[in-house]
Design a protein around this ligand. Structure first.
Ligand code: C5P
Length: 226
């Protein structure tokens, strides 16, 4: 008998992270950022200089790596990420990791291992999990499934704001739109667990809505189901 699970999936930049953290905080549930796990592994592969086609080496790395996600309940915006004893909270948001994460996340060995870790982590439930395949693969029996979307233009605008906040403000809006489109395309056309809406997920298009509005909407859907 496990506690409830809320699955929040959707493409890059739809606002999943912020909304997921707020929903978790307001409902007193744990927060699982699965994208941060794929990013951490990507960072580790890049750092180790392993070729992306060297699947045995990547398999070895991912089966031995230790990922820790630490969020403090009072500060939902701050999730700290560690891999193999090194803090990578900032590093996993770099343009380099972002440009390469879809390729690493498409590898069966990587998905297999990380999904296993995610399921183990949430075996008792009480979790709001965000990603691309949460409702379809990781937690297909989640009590509530949300598919969060927004137009490419809106998502690129939000990404630009995030990056400028982090001093990576040299990239153009056009470049970000192109990056987002490419990542969506890779994520939704890969063979294994592609990004798609689960049949029983509720779609929320966030264009023109504020973060608190979207958060409230999800919380009220949750209460309606409970
Ligand atoms: O959510 P975020 O943008 O941090 O995710 C980074 C990348 O990790 C995605 O573009 C996708 O390639 C991969 N990912 C995935 N499955 C998940 C979460 C993320 O393939 N559940």
């Amino acid at each position: 008998n496990r506690r409830p699970i809320i699955a929040i999936d959707g493409p890059a930049g739809a606002g999943k992270s912020t909304v997921t953290r707020l929903v978790a905080q307001q409902l007193g549930l744990m927060y699982l950022d699965t994208g941060a796990m794929y990013r951490a592994v990507t960072w580790r592969v890049l750092q180790a200089g392993i070729d992306f086609t060297d699947e045995p080496a990547i398999a070895e790395l991912v089966s031995q790596c230790q990922i820790s996600l630490i969020s403090s309940g009072s500060q939902p915006q701050s999730l700290r990420v560690w891999i193999d004893g090194k803090e990578v909270t900032q590093a996993i948001r770099s343009l380099d990791v972002t440009a390469n994460v879809s390729a690493i996340a498409a590898l069966p060995v990587v998905r297999h291992e990380l999904v296993k870790q995610q399921q183990r982590w949430a075996s008792k439930g009480g979790v709001v999990a965000e990603g691309r395949d949460i409702g379809t693969h990781v937690f297909p029996d989640a009590e509530l499934k949300i598919f969060l979307t927004a137009s490419v233009q809106e998502r690129a605008r939000r990404r630009l704001q995030d990056l400028q906040g982090e001093d990576q403000g040299t990239v153009s809006l056009e470049q970000l739109e192109a990056d987002i489109q490419l990542r969506d395309q890779r994520d939704s056309t890969r063979t294994l667990a592609p990004l798609r809406q689960a049949a029983d997920a509720i779609e929320i298009n966030t264009d023109g809505f504020t973060i608190p509005e979207v958060t409230d909407k999800i919380i009220s859907l949750y209460h309606k189901k409970a």
